[in-house]
Design a protein around this ligand. Structure first.
Ligand SMILES: Cc1cc2nc3c(=O)[nH]c(=O)nc-3n(C[C@H](O)[C@H](O)[C@H](O)COP(=O)(O)O)c2cc1C
Length: 216
């Protein structure tokens, strides 16, 4: 069986960080979230350990509290980011900043939040291989989840800022201190689905053959 490359390539090219185009008024069924997670957990993990756990939040008071924690971290982050951009002569009101502001302001309104977690913690003594294996055992699944959402008319954005308040979020959700939260994914249907391919550096500039910085 061959894949429809036009469709699969479009899915891979247009799964973007969706913020302003999240439909905050349309509920998201738990069954859709489960369908997407069922696909997500087909992803690989080190030794097939499947260390992921997924906290799905559709309860308003909990979303309110998480959005509050996110905003506490977002305010200083975006202020310094905008100052940095302005100092470099750039546009501090860049579309990504506007879109990020929008998400921070409306986060509690998203129908569902998903927090991917990993069983375990890393420590400063862990080897690079262990750290890579640890985080690498959930990242593919998270991306598959985002692709599965997109294929069904939903969208998300990978966010990590609430982790500046990781302990508070863990206390709120009852996450044990042996567990690592990886991200907070707002999940909603999207308004329209005409997302454009991402603007990225050319692949030739970021690909080396047979050694660091070798162009072959
Ligand atoms: C590790 C990681 C952390 C991120 N953290 C945040 C975040 O806290 N808040 C946010 O609005 N976007 C966050 N993003 C989304 C990026 O800003 C976004 O993916 C990037 O600007 C590229 O946009 P695109 O995915 O639409 O191409 C994060 C993305 C990654 C991969």
């Amino acid at each position: 069986m061959t894949f429809d490359l036009e469709q699969t390539d479009r899915l891979l090219q247009t799964t973007r960080a969706v913020r302003k185009r999240l439909d905050l008024d349309r509920p998201v069924e738990r069954s859709v979230v489960l369908d997407c997670l069922r696909l997500a957990i087909q992803a690989p993990s080190g030794g097939n350990s499947q260390p992921w756990r997924w906290i799905v939040i559709d309860d308003q008071p909990t979303k309110d509290a998480l959005a509050g924690l996110y905003r506490e971290a977002y305010a200083p982050y975006i202020a310094s980011r905008k100052a940095e951009l302005a100092a470099q002569g750039g546009n501090a009101d860049h579309p990504i900043a506007q879109s990020s502001d929008y998400l921070a302001e409306h986060l509690e309104e998203v129908p569902v939040m998903v927090i991917p977690c990993l069983l375990g913690r890393v420590t400063a003594d862990d080897s690079p291989g262990h750290v890579a294996g640890f985080f690498g055992s959930v990242m593919p699944a998270v991306w598959s989840f985002m692709l599965a959402l997109r294929s069904r008319g939903l969208g998300s954005a990978f966010t990590t800022l609430h982790l500046e308040r990781e302990k508070e979020a863990a206390a709120l959700l009852g996450v044990p201190d042996t567990v690592t939260q990886l991200a907070l994914l707002p999940v909603a249907y999207t308004k329209g689905d005409d997302f454009r391919p991402a603007d990225r550096k050319p692949v030739e500039d970021v690909t080396y053959w047979n050694g660091w910085r070798q162009r072959g």
